[in-house]
Design a protein around this ligand. Structure first.
Ligand code: HEM
Length: 460
């Protein structure tokens, strides 16, 4: 028995050394080092989701605009300089998503647009892009406005009491995507009753849970764990397969899951931070309101596409919010081919290139006082590197829903600010890393009906 075990250990050692000889390439870029193959895996044990941002920012300060590390044989190159990001994100060939982390998203998105690659992605992207044409988006504005009216009157019932806004916001964006993208109206006003929202939250949390536990990386171990059993959304949507041919039922399901989640989660995160920032910056809130008064006067109409075009300052505020708190703070590509990103640096095929946009958006090289909330940075016409602001990613794999998201955020904030005045209860927060950015504590605000008296009282 002992001999068998010894033989087995020897075989494993030979395989391991062979693996290192073939695949392990010495590091050329700066970055935290660790053991061969395992890389920094052991130093990541015990790290929580709220430490991740802090760790990455610390490495960025220590090692600069491009650094690398290894985890379990996977090499990650972190790039935060806009100039170096351009050839990566604009590449038409390197469109494959990062190997490890996106495979963890599979229970949520299956092989839908976010994860798929190669010809499958190209065909689907081409087929789905017309659905986001401006003319089609215009038809959704009324529905966004109507759902927001309901949201606002619900918030106003709180009569200025401290209110945790997150649940209300997730329900709002979820109802909007159901109605505008799937043609299903939900009557619920309580998201605790909504199975789909609950399931998508479980999926998100269990994916992050797995990220932070290297022993759960191998699929077979993860499947044995209890968390994995909660993560299947498959049974939640039954679509009538009335149009056979182009898509099979499972094709439709993976895209429905993709758009249901991608279409409400990041928008809800942006809205949450918008509420926090406006409540804590009454001067900005006032300017947003002034712009609304200029556009609408006393008219209480639902926004139209023409109205949205005129909301220049609100758009600046939304962009500044996404700069400070990008809803999706990290995404990555797996390089199919070697990629030369400047005269001296070639990132070899097989590397995962991580784009930590949170860090790009807070780089002192590209932004003055980057920690401050200053919407004026986005005054139209100010020149900056196009890859220094990338909340929706960039290039051929950018966010397909970018215009939809801006339309939705503007419509919601316009409807809200015309009727409500927000005051802060939460005045600071600790960011929590997830597929979508979050905060460890709930964001709490007080919502008052918007009128001149309230404004004066609030300013006292
Ligand atoms: C503030 C709101 C939003 C933000 C910040 C955002 C951000 C992003 C980012 C950064 C990516 C690239 C992810 C990656 O490379 O892995 C992405 C991709 C994507 N987003 Fe969004 N998104 C938002 C809203 C939406 C909405 C409303 C929809 C749908 C209605 C949507 C659908 C998608 C899809 C399907 C992809 C994958 C595109 C592809 O790979 O071809 N997103 N989004």
């Amino acid at each position: 028995m002992v001999a068998v075990i010894l033989c087995l250990i020897c075989v494993l050692l030979v395989l391991f050394v062979g693996y290192l000889a073939i695949y392990w390439k010495p590091s050329r870029l700066p970055g935290p080092r660790g053991l061969p193959y395992f890389g920094i895996a052991f130093s990541m044990i015990g790290i929580t989701s709220k430490d991740i941002i802090h760790h990455l920012m610390k490495w960025f300060e220590e090692y600069g605009d491009i650094f690398e590390f290894q985890i379990l044989g996977q090499k990650y190159v972190f790039v935060t300089d806009p100039q170096l990001l351009q050839p990566i994100l604009s590449s038409n060939t390197n469109i494959t998503k990062g190997r490890f982390e996106y495979s963890f998203f599979r229970p949520m998105f299956n092989d839908g647009l976010i994860i798929s690659d190669g010809d499958k992605w190209r065909t689907r992207r081409k087929l789905l892009t017309p659905s986001f044409h401006f003319k089609i988006l215009e038809t959704s504005i009324e529905s966004v406005g109507r759902n927001t009216e309901e949201f606002v009157s619900h918030l106003l019932k709180s009569n200025g009491k401290a209110t945790e806004i997150e649940d209300h916001i997730y329900l709002l964006t979820f109802k909007i995507i159901c109605e505008t993208a799937m043609g299903v109206k939900l009557n619920t006003v309580d998201n605790q009753q909504n199975e789909y929202i609950k399931a998508s939250k479980i999926c998100h949390d269990s994916t992050v849970y797995r990220y932070l536990r290297i022993w759960l990386f191998p699929d077979f171990i993860y499947r044995l764990c209890k968390v994995a059993k909660n993560t299947f959304l498959d049974n939640l949507l039954e679509l009538d397969d009335s149009n056979p041919g182009l898509f099979t039922k499972s094709d439709i399901r993976e895209e429905v899951d993709t758009f249901m989640i991608a279409g409400h989660n990041p928008t809800a995160a942006a809205l949450k931070f918008l509420h926090f920032l406006l409540a804590n910056h009454p001067d900005v809130q006032e300017k947003v309101h002034d712009e609304q008064v200029e556009i609408y006067g006393d008219d209480k109409r639902t926004p139209t596409a023409q109205d949205l075009h005129k909301m220049i300052y609100l758009e600046m505020v939304i962009k500044e919010t996404l700069r400070l708190y990008p809803s999706i703070p990290l995404y990555s590509r797996l390089l199919d081919k070697d990629l030369q990103i400047d005269e001296k640096t070639i990132i070899p095929a097989g590397c995962n290139v991580a784009v930590f946009n949170y860090c790009v958006h807070r780089s002192k090289k590209h932004w003055d006082n980057p920690e401050e909330f200053v919407p004026e940075r986005f005054v139209p016409g100010i020149e900056r590197h196009p890859y220094s602001f990338i909340p929706f990613s960039a290039g051929p794999r950018n966010c397909i829903g970018q215009k939809y998201a801006m339309m939705e955020l503007k419509t919601i904030m316009s409807t809200l600010v015309r009727q409500c005045w927000l005051e802060p209860v939460s005045t600071s927060m600790t960011l929590d890393y997830g597929i979508t950015l979050s905060s460890t504590e709930p964001i709490i605000v007080k919502v008052f009906p918007r009128n001149e008296t309230q404004k004066l009282v609030s300013n006292e």
